[in-house]
Design a protein around this ligand. Structure first.
Ligand SMILES: Nc1nc2c(ncn2[C@@H]2O[C@H](COP(=O)(O)OP(=O)(O)OP(=O)(O)O)[C@@H](O)[C@H]2O)c(=O)[nH]1
Length: 603
C-alpha cells in the first residue's frame, strides 16, 4: 500500500452543509471556498455554488454541486476539504440524502436570529439516519436580533442533539468561519476505505454537458481510478473508457487519479444520462467489485400538470426543450398528452410545486416557449369494480363512476414548526385542508405540529396560506405516507355548455359545492369579455352547481382614445397583443392562462 496515499486519506474531510432555506448555506459555502483560495477575489461571484442563472435570481440551490478545497489548518497541516452542496427546499429533500451519502460529516447551519425550522429538523434527521457526524453552526451571529442561547436550546429540545459546542459564525462577515473549518477537521472523521480493493465509486450526481457528454460526480469508496481505465457501471451493465478524472475547485481541474476517499468527476464519453444513473456504482471492467454499493431508490414525481404550447405549431419545439431539460434533470418526467381543449401537449411530473415553477420558467426563458399550464394535481389510485387498480395523474381521465369502487388519494405526513402565537391560525388552516392532527408538542418558543393531510390540498395553495397565517414564521416539511380511500368527486367546468377537459379537478365531496361556485365566479372574472355572452358552469356529472355569465363586449378598446393620440392607441393595442400571447382558443372562446390556474386563486 502506498504510504503517501494512506497519509492523505487521513487528511481528507468530506462534508455537506445542511440548513433550512435562507439560513445562509450558500453564503457560508462561498466564504469557505474563498478562505481556501478556491477562487480569487475577481473570480468570486456572489454565490458561486448556485451556478444556474435562475438559481441566482431566486436565491435557491437546485442542483447539488461540489468543491474540493485545500486548507491549512491551525495545526499547520494541509487538509483536503470536499464540500458537497445540498439544496434546502422541501421539494429537493431527496437530493440532500444523496449528497450526504458521500460524506462523513455535515454542518447544520441554523440562523441564530430565526432558530430551528422544519427543514433544519428534516435534514438533520436525514444526516443522523445516514450515520453522518453533525456539527451545529449558529449563523448570522452579526445580527442584533441573534439569540444564540435560545437557538442552542431549540436545537437540543427540538432535534435532540448536543449543541453546547455549536460554532458561532457570520457567513456574511466571515467571523468564525475558520472555527467552522477547524471543527470540520477535529470533529468529522476522515473517510474509511481500502485503496487496494477493486474500485467502487458511488455516482452522487450526473448531468449532461454539451462538450464532453455525461459528467459523473462520484465518491470513491475503494480503489483507484485513472484515465484510460475501462469502467463498468454496475446497474446499467455498460462499459466505457474513462477519459478524464478530476475535481471541482469549484473550477474543473483534471487529476492523474481519483482514489478511495475522494470526491470528484469522471468523464467517459457517455452520451445518455440514463446509463450513468445517480446511485449506480462505478467499478473497473477487468477487476470488478464483487457487489455494488447500496444505491438510492428512484425518486417518483409527486405533482403533475399539463404543459401546452400556446401556438400548436410549437409542439415539436416544446418536445425538444423538454428533452433537453430532462438531460440535466432526471426527476422531470413527461409524456405526450392530448386535450380536447388545449390540443397536443405534455403531462409532466414534478417533485413539487417549486420544481414545476422552475421547469416552467426555464422553458419560457431559456427555450422561449409560450405555455399554458394546467392546475397541478396529484396521482390518484382508482380501485375498479372488477378489482383492477389503476393510477391517474389527470382528473379528466377519471373512468366512468359506475365502474369505480373507490378513489384513493395520497396522504402525507406533514410536520409544521410554528411560534406559539400563530398555532391557532395554523390549526384552523390544517383543519380546513382536511388535516388530522397526530401530535402537538411545545418546544420552548415553538410548537411542532404533526398532521396527516391529503396531498392534493397541499399542492393547491397550502404553503402560501401557511406563510400568510403565520406571517412567514411557520415552516413545513412533508413526506408521502400512503394512498387512502376518500369521498372524492370530479368537478367539471363547462364553457358555453362544452366541458373543458383541461379544467377538470378532483375534489372532496364536502367542499365540492363551494369550490364549484367559487371557481365559476373566479372564471368569470378571469375570462375577458368577448364579442358574445359566455356562460361558465361548474358541474359534477350532470348536476350543475353554478352558472356565471361573462357579458358580451360592447365597446372596442380604442373607444377610450378619443382624439388622435396615435402613441396611446399603439400602446393599448400592444398591451392587448401581449395579453393575447397567453390565451388559448377553446371552441370560440379565448381563455387566458390565469383561468387554467383559477383553482389556486380561490379561498
Ligand atoms: N446578516 C447576515 N446575513 C446573512 C448571513 N449569512 C447569510 N446571510 C443572508 O441570508 C440570506 C440567505 O442566504 P443564502 O446563503 O442564500 O441562504 P441558503 O441557505 O443558501 O438558501 P438556499 O440556497 O435558498 O437554500 C442572504 O440574503 C444572505 O446575504 C450572515 O451571517 N449574516
Amino acid at each position: 500500500m502506498c504510504p503517501f496515499l494512506m497519509r492523505s486519506m487521513k487528511h481528507i474531510r468530506n462534508f455537506s452543509i445542511i440548513a433550512h432555506i435562507d439560513h445562509g448555506k450558500s453564503t457560508l459555502a462561498d466564504r469557505i471556498i474563498h478562505l481556501c483560495g478556491g477562487l480569487s477575489d475577481r473570480e468570486m461571484e456572489s454565490q458561486v455554488l448556485d451556478s444556474m442563472d435562475l438559481e441566482r435570481e431566486r436565491g435557491i440551490t437546485i442542483k447539488a454541486q461540489t468543491a474540493a478545497l485545500e486548507y491549512k489548518a491551525r495545526d499547520g497541516q494541509v487538509y483536503q476539504l470536499n464540500l458537497i452542496d445540498t439544496p434546502g427546499h422541501v421539494d429537493f429533500t431527496y437530493e440532500v440524502s444523496r449528497s450526504l451519502a458521500a460524506c462523513e460529516g455535515a454542518l447544520l447551519v441554523v440562523d441564530a436570529s430565526q432558530g430551528v425550522e422544519a427543514q433544519t429538523v428534516a435534514n438533520c434527521y436525514t444526516a443522523i439516519e445516514q450515520g453522518v457526524e453533525v456539527v451545529a453552526v449558529l449563523n448570522k451571529i452579526d445580527l442584533p436580533s441573534a439569540e444564540p442561547e435560545r437557538v442552542i436550546a431549540e436545537i437540543e429540545d427540538i432535534i435532540g442533539i448536543d449543541a453546547q459546542d455549536a460554532v458561532r459564525a457570520s457567513a456574511k462577515s466571515g467571523l468564525g468561519v475558520e472555527d467552522i473549518l477547524d471543527a470540520v477537521i477535529s470533529r468529522i472523521p476522515p473517510p474509511k476505505g481500502n485503496i487496494d480493493a477493486p474500485l467502487k465509486a458511488l455516482i452522487i450526481d450526473s448531468w449532461f454537458d454539451n462538450y464532453v457528454g455525461v459528467v459523473m460526480l462520484v465518491r470513491v469508496v475503494d480503489g483507484v481510478l485513472k484515465p484510460k481505465d475501462k469502467i463498468l457501471l454496475m446497474a446499467s451493465q455498460t462499459t466505457h473508457l474513462c477519459e478524464q478524472v478530476g475535481v471541482f475547485t469549484p473550477k474543473t481541474k483534471a487529476r492523474a487519479q481519483l482514489s478511495a476517499g475522494d470526491v470528484g468527476f469522471i468523464i467517459a464519453g457517455i452520451k445518455e444520462l440514463n446509463s450513468a444513473k445517480v446511485g449506480d456504482t462505478v467499478t473497473l471492467a477487468n477487476n470488478p467489485a464483487a457487489e455494488p454499493l447500496p444505491g438510492f431508490k428512484e425518486i417518483q414525481p409527486q405533482v403533475f400538470a399539463g404543459l401546452y404550447p400556446v401556438e400548436s405549431h410549437d409542439y415539436d419545439a416544446l418536445r425538444d426543450a423538454l428533452e433537453k431539460l430532462k438531460l440535466n434533470d432526471a426527476s422531470l418526467q413527461y409524456e405526450p398528452e392530448t386535450s380536447q381543449a388545449l390540443g397536443f401537449g405534455f403531462r409532466c411530473g414534478f417533485l413539487g410545486l417549486l420544481h414545476l415553477d422552475i421547469v416552467q420558467e426555464r422553458l419560457e426563458r431559456e427555450y422561449d416557449m409560450d405555455l399554458i399550464t394546467t392546475a397541478p394535481t396529484v396521482i390518484y389510485q382508482i380501485l375498479m369494480k372488477d378489482g383492477e387498480v389503476i393510477e391517474i395523474e389527470n382528473p379528466s381521465r377519471l373512468p366512468d363512476l359506475s365502474k369505480i369502487e373507490e378513489i384513493r388519494e395520497p396522504i402525507i405526513n406533514a410536520t409544521i414548526l410554528v411560534p406559539q402565537d400563530y398555532v391557532g391560525a395554523v390549526i384552523t388552516l390544517c383543519t380546513e385542508k382536511r388535516g388530522m392532527q397526530r401530535n402537538m408538542q411545545y418546544m420552548g418558543r415553538q410548537v411542532m405540529l404533526s398532521y396527516e393531510m391529503p396531498m392534493n390540498e397541499v399542492v393547491m395553495d397550502f404553503f402560501d396560506k401557511l406563510k400568510s397565517v403565520s406571517r412567514g414564521y411557520a415552516s413545513l416539511d412533508y413526506e408521502f405516507k400512503e394512498f387512502r380511500a376518500s369521498d372524492l368527486v370530479k368537478l367539471d367546468i363547462l364553457v358555453n355548455s362544452e366541458k373543458v377537459d383541461a379544467l377538470s379537478l378532483i375534489v372532496h365531496r364536502n367542499t365540492s359545492q363551494r369550490r364549484g361556485r367559487e371557481l365559476a365566479a373566479k372564471m368569470r372574472e378571469l375570462i375577458p369579455r368577448q364579442m358574445y355572452d359566455v356562460a361558465v358552469q361548474a358541474a359534477i356529472g350532470a348536476n350543475i352547481l353554478a352558472r356565471e355569465n361573462v357579458k358580451a363586449l360592447r365597446k372596442n378598446v380604442l373607444a377610450k382614445c378619443y382624439g388622435g393620440d396615435i402613441s396611446r392607441k399603439r400602446k393599448l393595442l400592444e398591451k392587448q397583443k401581449a395579453g393575447k400571447k397567453r390565451m388559448k382558443q377553446v371552441g370560440n372562446v379565448e381563455i387566458p392562462q390565469e383561468a387554467f390556474l383559477a383553482i389556486l386563486k380561490i379561498d
